[in-house]
Design a binder for this molecule. Structure first.
Ligand code: ATP
Ligand code: MG
Length: 586
């Protein structure tokens, strides 16, 4: 490809709304353009990368025996009503009506569609297992699209769904997908950690997210330095025992704490530790009022609470609602006026006999010496783990202190179980001729998010350095020549590279060398070949390895010799990646 006939709209300045490296660099390198909030157009260079990522995903999925489909993006409301998700999915689901007033939505995911499609095609256990997938557009009306294509509203997902006769078969495919995922990510140069995850409103039992450790990650992972455990913090159980070494606060029983509402303010005011206070969190959960007590230094893990309550929507209680229930905002303690309309949950970290400080249920007052056991009977309240794990908490497997890292979720695998097979009545005849409900798995990868995540991992002050497997072009040939004879010489080298199957972008634009070098470093072609003054005057060629920025000057002998040299270098880059893939597949 000749750059003069291509489109390389690079920019010097970072776009104003970009805060992370990948977003800035994708825009500056001319890979994408923003079309509206959370919507991006891919330009030719960017699309080449996206297609290569899709290619890796496709070939590994095919290798794992999955079958590729392509389904409509628009999905009818009926199938979502059948699964019960039409009302459960919140505003992320983009709903619309057609000219006949039929309700549909832009598919945020395709469990329902694939279930309806596959159901009549599987009749006997002999038709199973089957793993079906597509690489296609999803739409989620994200409340806060951000970080460019990392969280956009329209994006490409590889989503796969497997159907099985029994759990054993599901587990086999799940394990195959687990390995396949690690190979896919390694194939594009991403090192991932599978972490135990929450299944959210997908339903099902086992679920793992594939995380790339990155400071810009929106997820927090807990990792055990001793054993294999790694989890999403949303799911990490807190197995700490109540601390027996805690010293209760000594002081008057009723304490005037004027305008001290937060735990930190009260603890500072009373010169005591936050863990000696009781934190009360008042919430509304699908129409039920809930009051949660936690130790003062712990945050509520809403996910754990949602799972326990089985609710979809959880929000803080409003001041009016609190007033109706007799709760005093900022000063709630276990002595609040009990009501049948209020469900009480006590976090399992709370020591029922410890003398805590809590709100006095009166504005500007707290009370010390509060023992939970004096206020509630065991069977009156739920005692469950609803606190967020923190760094240093014991590993749920081996007890070693956990470490925490930020991570970007690039993929997610679930054992869905029978949630959808039951809803859509997907049954097959087993080997005894008996009708049996199938069980399912589902497996997603965010293709665009992968592209941005690679940039997050592979960038420096000059720009991007693409892993060879997904680079838009493997080689950038920068030429600096004016007269036709010299240009013809360079063209013959370009043609030899193309003939040898090397993906080369020849930067033949009528621009200065500095400009061309900057562009090639910004866009991040793995290898740069310079045919400039040295070549024309002394027959010398420089070859730059973009990642290390190490430049080598070699004598030019023949086109074949140069092609061979480059092929070796490219081969070496592929070999390195291949080794990583092999390791990741274990
Ligand atoms: P998140 O927690 O980041 O919102 P999710 O858990 O809702 O993602 P899944 O339903 O598991 O996402 O979708 C599978 C994959 O699709 C994710 O692992 C991610 O890589 C990608 N993905 C999800 N939402 C987006 C988005 N808004 N923009 C880009 N990619 C996305
Ligand atoms: Mg997910």
């Amino acid at each position: 490809m000749k750059a003069s006939a291509y489109l390389i709209p690079t920019a010097k300045e970072d776009p104003q709304d970009a805060v992370v490296a990948s977003h800035k660099l994708m825009m500056r390198a001319g890979l994408v353009r923003k079309s509206a909030a959370g919507l991006y157009s891919y330009l030719p260079l960017g699309l080449r990368i996206l297609k290569k990522i899709e290619g890796i995903v496709r070939s590994e999925m095919d290798l794992a025996g999955a079958l590729e489909f392509q389904l409509p993006i628009l999905t009818p409301s009926e199938i979502w009503k059948e699964s019960g998700r039409w009302d459960k999915m919140g505003k992320e689901m983009f709903r619309l009506k057609d000219r006949h007033d039929n309700e549909s939505c832009l598919g945020p995911t395709h469990e329902e569609s694939f279930c309806v499609l596959v159901k009549p095609m599987v009749r006997s256990y002999k038709d199973l297992p089957i793993n079906v997938y597509q690489i296609h557009t999803k739409f989620r009306d994200e409340i806060r699209p951000r970080f460019g294509v990392i969280r956009s509203r329209e994006f490409t997902m590889k989503d796969a769904y497997s159907f099985h006769l029994d759990d054993e078969s599901l587990d086999k495919t799940y394990q195959t997908m687990r390995k396949t995922y690690r190979r896919i990510f390694a194939g594009m140069g991403l090192s991932t950690i599978p972490v135990q995850a929450d299944s959210g409103n997908m339903g099902g039992s086992a679920s793992e997210e594939f995380m790339v450790v990155s400071p810009i990650g929106e997820e927090t992972l807990t990792i055990c330095p001793s054993c294999q455990y790694s989890g999403n913090i949303e799911k990490t159980p807190v197995i700490l025992n109540p601390k027996s070494s805690k010293q209760p606060f000594v002081g008057s029983e009723k304490i005037h704490t004027p305008a001290k509402k937060t735990i930190t303010e009260v603890a500072e005011f009373l010169k005591t530790k936050e863990e000696n206070l009781l934190k009360a969190v008042a919430l509304w959960a699908d129409g039920t009022y809930v009051l949660v007590f936690l130790e003062g230094d712990r945050e509520l893990n809403e996910n754990k609470l949602k799972n326990h309550l089985g609710c979809n929507e959880l929000r803080p209680m409003g001041p009016k609602e609190m007033e109706t229930l007799g709760l005093v905002p900022g000063f709630i303690g276990p002595g609040f006026p009990k009501s049948v309309n209020l469900k009480v949950i006590i976090d399992s970290l709370i020591d029922w006999n410890f003398a805590y400080i809590s709100g006095a249920n009166e504005v500007d007052y707290h009370t010390s010496g509060i023992q939970i056991s004096k206020f509630f009977k065991d069977d009156e309240v739920s005692k469950i783990d609803v606190s967020q794990a923190i760094e240093g908490d014991p590993c749920p497997n081996c007890g070693t202190g956990l470490t925490a890292e930020k991570g970007i979720e690039v993929g997610h695998i679930f054992k869905l179980g029978q949630k959808y097979s039951k809803a859509f009545d997907i049954t097959v005849l087993n080997d005894k001729g008996k009708s049996t409900t199938t069980t399912m798995g589902c497996y997603g990868i965010g293709v665009n998010r992968c592209m941005a995540t690679v940039i997050e991992q592979c960038n420096d002050d000059k720009g991007i350095y693409w892993p060879v497997s997904i680079a838009p072009f493997t080689v950038c040939l920068v030429s600096i020549a004016k007269n036709p004879e010299d240009i013809a010489k360079i063209e013959s080298i370009y043609k030899a590279l193309v003939a040898a199957g090397i993906e080369v972008l020849w930067d033949d634009r009528d621009l200065g060398p500095g400009f061309k070098f900057k562009d090639s470093e910004l866009i991040g072609f793995p290898i740069r070949l310079t045919l400039g003054k040295g070549f024309l005057e002394k027959g010398e060629i420089t070859i730059l390895d973009r990642k290390s920025m190490v430049e080598e000057t070699v004598p030019f002998t023949t086109n074949e010799d140069l092609v061979g040299k480059l092929q070796n270098q490219i081969q070496a880059l592929h070999e390195t990646l291949k080794k990583e893939v092999e390791q990741a597949g274990i």
